[in-house]
Design a protein around this ligand. Structure first.
Ligand SMILES: Nc1ncnc2c1ncn2[C@@H]1O[C@H](COP(=O)(O)OP(=O)(O)O)[C@@H](O)[C@H]1O
Ligand SMILES: [Mg+2]
Length: 366
């Protein structure tokens, strides 16, 4: 795992734990180091501890154990408004009785910026999010997307080096959300700010981030660049949380030449890459992406194990074909094939053989 050295990190969590009730840990031994300028996303199911981590970094919660550092300095004793951190929340958190311009002036007043400098900064922040015309409106007079832009401008107006965003696009419809994803990443890179972004939406995490920290149960399960995460998940949780995935249960028969032969529960043998299995007899969940399954025997490696499959359903999706198969007694095995001129369209009832490169099939914890 390519982790940044905490010594030179801009943001660092060192062995951080958090308990709200003095009994259960909702964040467990968290270590994370971010270089300046990184866009890092905390991705995970609800309740996995993402918001708690963000709140500790912002200074609204304190860590029960461990240390959080900003620019090499512990921040435990620095109050939130002195940390130079901008924040954006899902529910916008704009002040309803204030105009847009007054909302943006607020973080500048808190930081005692002279009035003469305020106006220029507000104008620039509104222009950044293409809301220059809206300074005089109140939040209720704006659409959801516009309010979210204002919340973003308010987080950026005092030129913070670090911006924290907690599910900022969760309330927007799909099209606007995708547009804002693009705007936020562009703006972050243009301004060179460091971003910690929280979402439970894996597509959002993959498309926006330099690195993604996958959270479950108060721990980072894997921290990696999006392509590494998708192609080389290190455990079953990550494999199933990120992207679509087929899983088959089996037992390791042997491990040889860096490959494992796994006997599936219905007796068939397949070749896999042993990821977190180490010896024969171990139970394993093998994981294979739908787009890596081969239905054309000529494209398989010589001597590769193949599996019998029965076509249950064929769905034409335009750019791809999505076909559901019965494999090793399971009815939910999905394959995706590109709609190429020579691609076969499978028919329900058809009996076929499928296979894959051993490197694409990962034997993970069961
Ligand atoms: N203020 C709080 N007091 C007590 N428990 C909390 C508080 N905030 C969050 N929790 C609990 O901590 C766990 C992690 O929550 P949270 O950090 O909000 O997760 P996420 O943002 O990943 O959904 C959950 O079990 C949640 O119920
Ligand atoms: Mg949350």
């Amino acid at each position: 795992m390519a982790e940044t050295d905490t010594q030179e990190a801009f943001v660092a969590f060192e062995r951080v734990q958090k308990s709200y009730d003095g009994e259960t840990l909702v964040v467990k031994d968290l270590n994370l180091a971010m270089p300046r300028g990184e866009f890092l996303t905390m991705l995970g199911p609800s309740g996995s501890g993402k918001t708690t981590c963000l709140m500790m970094l912002a200074g609204f919660e304190t860590a029960t154990h461990g240390e959080i550092k900003l620019g090499g300095q512990p921040i435990n004793n620095i109050p939130p408004h002195k940390r130079g951190i901008g924040m954006v929340f899902q529910n916008y958190a704009l002040f309803p009785h204030m105009t847009v311009a007054e909302n943006l002036a607020f973080p500048l007043e808190v930081r005692s910026l002279p009035k003469s400098e305020r106006e220029e900064k507000i104008r620039r922040a509104l222009d950044m999010v293409q809301m220059g015309e809206f300074g005089g409106r109140r939040p209720a007079q704006l659409s959801g997307g516009q309010q979210q832009r204002i919340a973003l401008a308010r987080a950026l107006v005092f030129e913070p080096e670090l911006v924290l965003m907690d599910e900022p696009l969760g309330a927007l419809d799909k099209q606007l959300r995708e547009h804002m994803q693009f705007e936020i990443t562009n703006l972050a890179h243009q301004l060179g700010i460091t971003v910690v972004y929280v979402t439970h939406d894996q597509t959002e995490a993959l498309t926006m981030s330099d690195r993604v920290a996958v959270f479950d149960d108060g721990r980072i399960q894997q921290l990696a660049a999006p392509d590494v995460l998708y192609e080389t998940p290190e455990n079953s949780f990550v494999a199933q949380f990120i992207g679509e995935n087929n899983t088959l249960l089996g037992t390791v028969k042997e491990i040889r030449n860096e490959y494992a032969v796994v006997e599936l529960d219905d007796g068939e043998l397949i070749d896999c890459k042993p990821v977190n299995v180490s010896q024969p007899g171990e139970r394993t969940l093998v994981s294979i992406r739908p787009e890596r399954v081969e239905i054309n025997a000529e494209r398989l490696q010589e001597g590769a194990h193949t599996l019998k499959a029965e076509v249950l359903e064929f769905i034409y999706m335009g750019d791809i074909f999505r076909t559901r198969l019965r494999v090793a007694g399971k009815d939910d095995f999905i394959i995706k094939t590109r709609n190429a001129p020579d691609q076969r369209r499978l028919r329900p009832g058809e009996k076929i053989e499928i296979g894959w490169l051993p490197d694409d099939c990962r034997a993970l914890d069961a």
